[in-house]
Ligand binder design. Structure first.
Ligand code: FAD
Length: 402
């Protein structure tokens, strides 16, 4: 590996200014490090859709002083509800009330992604030790015993003591550490937020509702104090299974959802179809750190979205990395990165694996679906056994709790 040309600037470079990169900048700056975030887009932006954040994330947002602002522009739903996409029947729910908030020391919140990103950007801008740079596509990284040097597509160079790859599912930084590729699930998603008035059919405006059925599901919830409504349709593409080139099209979407219950069919016209997302994840890995380079968020542990945890896990990464770097200097960074990855990867890997299983449970057909529904119908809405590992204070590294 080539040596870094200039003496490295102290501090950290974060490649990627998405939710994971900005949260990392905040947490690491809080630990006394200076941070430079390099984002390839001309501005910091997120897609026009909603995001759910569970208490394992909201506890951290509270610690970083962002929760009140987010609660103000978001919605605190009353329940998470599972309904059959075929019969329309409510199968089970989880109450997100005071008891839930007390147990997990934080609320469950749903937000417009741009509101979340704006809060993170503002918090980063308010810290003098964080530098945010846009229009910076990192194309090359050099590392030696003293630091790292990155080159961007415009020819500019930046040096630092260490680097964090927060560059998402298709991470180029990950390639330096892990030799693998994203795995296509064959599922595709259409999603977006629309004005509430545009949706003629919706269930209770207090709930996050997931309609589940064979090889598909449909999620609905209100956003931005109830002014917007978020809808997500996800289905397994038969066209993909047949090897067709253009698969998961809006026409296939309509065909796949045509046999759903009247409530779901009636909600489809308001679904945004201007963009589709193919669902990928990767196999979990035991370590995502090497020397002065580490990964956070989707670059480290991309997962299927069925547990609504990708961003929540990125927040946990950020907090854990901040704690690992606290009180440590540039010469200890490799050890701090190793400790961070050892502490985080078992839990993040578990979430990656369980997200796949949870998707299988949602999408099962035939007798499996009958058995699932019977079990769900008997479930106590205050039974926390299946969320404790994920939302509970013992679920991840000890540093994450406020
Ligand atoms: C349909 C769907 C629903 C979801 N719902 C939820 C949910 O409800 N709750 C939840 O917690 N999670 C959810 N997720 C997951 C969540 O969106 C992701 O886990 C999270 O956004 C990952 O953030 P990130 O910052 O790691 O990656 P990204 O958001 O992908 O950010 C990566 C950033 O790096 C930049 N970048 C890439 N390459 C370079 C480069 N070479 N140089 C400079 N910059 C670069 C990109 O432009 C981008 O800004 C969902 C995902 C999907 C697909």
């Amino acid at each position: 590996m080539a040596a870094v040309a200039e003496p490295a600037e102290e501090g950290l470079i974060v490649v990627g200014g998405g939710i994971g990169g900005l949260a990392t900048a905040l947490a690491v700056a809080g630990a006394g490090w200076s941070v430079r975030v390099l984002e390839r887009s001309p501005d910091f932006r997120e897609i026009g859709a909603g995001i759910q954040l569970a208490p394992n994330a909201t506890r951290l947002l509270d610690r970083w002083g962002l929760l009140d602002r987010l609660v103000d522009v978001g919605v605190l739903p009353s329940r998470l509800v599972l309904r059959s996409a075929m019969s329309g029947r409510e199968l089970t729910c989880l109450h997100l009330d005071e008891k839930f908030r007390e147990t997990y020391k934080g609320p469950y919140i749903v937000l417009h992604r741009s509101d979340l990103l704006a809060a993170l950007v503002d918090a980063c801008r308010s810290r003098p030790t964080i530098t945010l740079e846009v229009d910076k596509t990192v194309t090359e990284v050099l590392e030696d015993g003293d630091g790292v040097e990155v080159t961007c597509s415009d020819g500019s160079r930046r040096t630092a003591s260490a680097l964090v790859g927060a560059d998402g599912l298709w991470s180029a930084i990950r390639r330096r550490i892990v030799d693998d590729e994203p795995i296509c699930s064959g599922f595709v998603s259409y999603r977006g937020a629309v004005p509430l008035e545009a949706v003629s059919e919706h269930p209770s405006l207090d709930d996050v509702v997931a309609w589940i059925g064979p090889g598909l599901h449909f999620v609905q919830y209100p956003l931005r104090r109830g002014e917007l409504y978020n809808q997500v349709a996800v289905f397994r593409s038969d066209e993909y299974a047949r090897g067709e080139e253009d698969w998961g099209t809006p026409e296939e979407l309509d065909r796949r959802f045509a046999s759903c219950c009247p409530q779901v069919v009636a909600a489809l016209p308001a679904l945004r179809r201007d963009n589709r997302w193919v669902m990928y994840d990767r196999e979990p890995v035991a370590s995502w750190s090497s020397g002065r380079i580490t990964l956070v968020g989707d670059a480290a542990h991309p997962m299927l979205q069925y547990l609504a945890q990708g961003a929540c896990q990125a927040f946990e990464d950020a907090a854990c990395l901040g704690a690992a770097l606290q009180g440590r200097g540039a010469d200890e960074v490799a050890a701090a990165f190793g400790g961070y990855s050892d502490a985080r990867s078992p839990q993040a890997s578990r979430v990656q694996r369980r997200a796949r299983v949870w998707g299988d449970i949602w999408h099962v057909d035939g007798v499996g679906a009958l058995l699932r529904d019977e079990l769900l119908l008997q479930r106590d809405p205050y039974d926390y056994r299946h969320i404790e590992w994920l939302y509970g204070p013992t679920a991840s590294c000890s540093w994450r709790d406020a």
